[in-house]
Write a protein that binds this ligand. Structure first.
Ligand code: NCD
Ligand code: ZN
Length: 335
């Protein structure tokens, strides 16, 4: 069996910078493009930083055409600044992190009320708002506790394109039904694993991420929504590479590195459930329609011949461990 996808997109990707960028950027090149996260140190907060980061990504890629949808780390920008952002080539939207909620988010927002004017302007200008929606509560409840904030934003700014990033709960899916201006991304790992896979037996640092994997009923609801072709649910890998020494450590960094296995594994899952005809929309069509995107024209073929996943990817003095390291998965990319 095989499937050819048109211009697959990864709607939430961390590529880092420096040597780690050089190592990881080429490993996302089976995608035609991606929404690039801004949580560098320091975060990408200005059009100048955004353009120079975009250029560094282009340099790190091997020359394959790749649409870089760049985000700015949310700060309460005014009209002039938003106008400047909007006219910056490659600019896609603003990514909002509650302060301190995840990797490199210390400069995030601690009082949403102070961002009201920025939200209003973004709504008027048609600038998407991407949100890491977690509270600072008990780790399993953080997303659920943030849902009222999503509701508040969706109702107060009904024309604002609002993305609930990397949703992990059945309750978040319910919000999609209530608000047509809201979309969501979901990762590979949250369609597959639960907290049991992370911490139910021997602790698996390479499956530890924010938001943490949840209950079987959440995982099942997310998978069913993806397989059934929900029009506002999009694939966003949240592939988040950290050096092996920062994962296999006392104080494991959050993030699962899935970029190299994402498309083959998605094809395997959709094929197993007889839903291959919905994969194109999940990995591209839904995002293109919701945001009006026209990514680089690319075709990629996936086939049900196994892929042997490397135990680690190493170069430029960096080493990262992917999901399914050292294992075989059922599908692979046809080269
Ligand atoms: C991400 C990272 O490492 O940058 N980590 C993660 O666990 N997902 C940040 C994020 O998206 O939360
Ligand atoms: Zn992320």
């Amino acid at each position: 069996m095989e499937i050819t996808l048109n211009s697959p997109l990864d709607m939430h990707l961390h590529l880092r910078d420096g040597d780690m960028l050089k190592l990881t950027a080429p490993l996302s090149e089976d995608f035609a493009g991606a929404v690039i996260m801004p949580n560098l140190v320091p975060p990408v907060t200005t059009p100048e930083m955004l353009q120079s980061y975009s250029a560094r990504i282009e340099q790190a890629m091997s020359g394959t055409p790749f649409s870089r949808y760049m985000t700015l780390f949310f700060t309460p920008l005014g009209e002039k600044e938003l106008e400047a952002a909007r006219h910056t080539p490659g600019f896609f939207g603003l990514k909002l992190y509650p302060a301190g909620i995840t990797t490199n988010s210390e400069g995030g927002v601690s009082d949403l009320a102070r961002a009201d004017k920025t939200f209003r302007l973004m709504e008027e200008m048609g600038i998407p708002l991407l949100v890491h929606g977690e509270s600072h509560g008990f780790v399993m409840d953080r997303e659920a506790e943030f849902l009222h904030t999503y509701r508040h934003l969706a109702e107060k700014y009904p024309a604002l394109k609002l993305s609930m990033e990397h949703i992990t709960t059945a309750a978040a899916l319910q919000l999609l039904e209530e608000y047509p201006n809201v979309c969501a991304t979901v990762t590979l790992q949250h369609l597959i694993i639960t907290l049991d896979d992370v911490a139910g037996g021997a602790l698996k640092p390479h499956l530890f991420c924010k938001p943490i994997a949840k209950r079987p009923e959440d995982r099942d609801a997310l998978l069913q929504a993806a397989l059934s072709g929900h029009p506002r649910l999009m694939f966003g890998s949240d592939s988040a590479p950290h050096p092996r020494c920062r994962k296999e450590a006392c104080g494991c960094a959050a993030g699962v590195f899935t970029a190299p296995v994402a498309l083959p594994k998605l094809a395997e899952i959709f094929a197993a459930e007889g839903a291959l005809d919905h994969l194109q929309d999940f990995v591209s069509g839904n995002a293109c329609r919701f945001y009006g995107l026209t990514p680089q024209a690319r075709k990629i073929t996936l086939r049900d011949t196994p892929m042997q996943v490397p135990a680690a990817y190493r170069s430029y003095g960096e080493e990262v461990v992917p999901m399914y390291a050292g294992e075989s998965i059922g599908w692979s990319v046809v080269r």
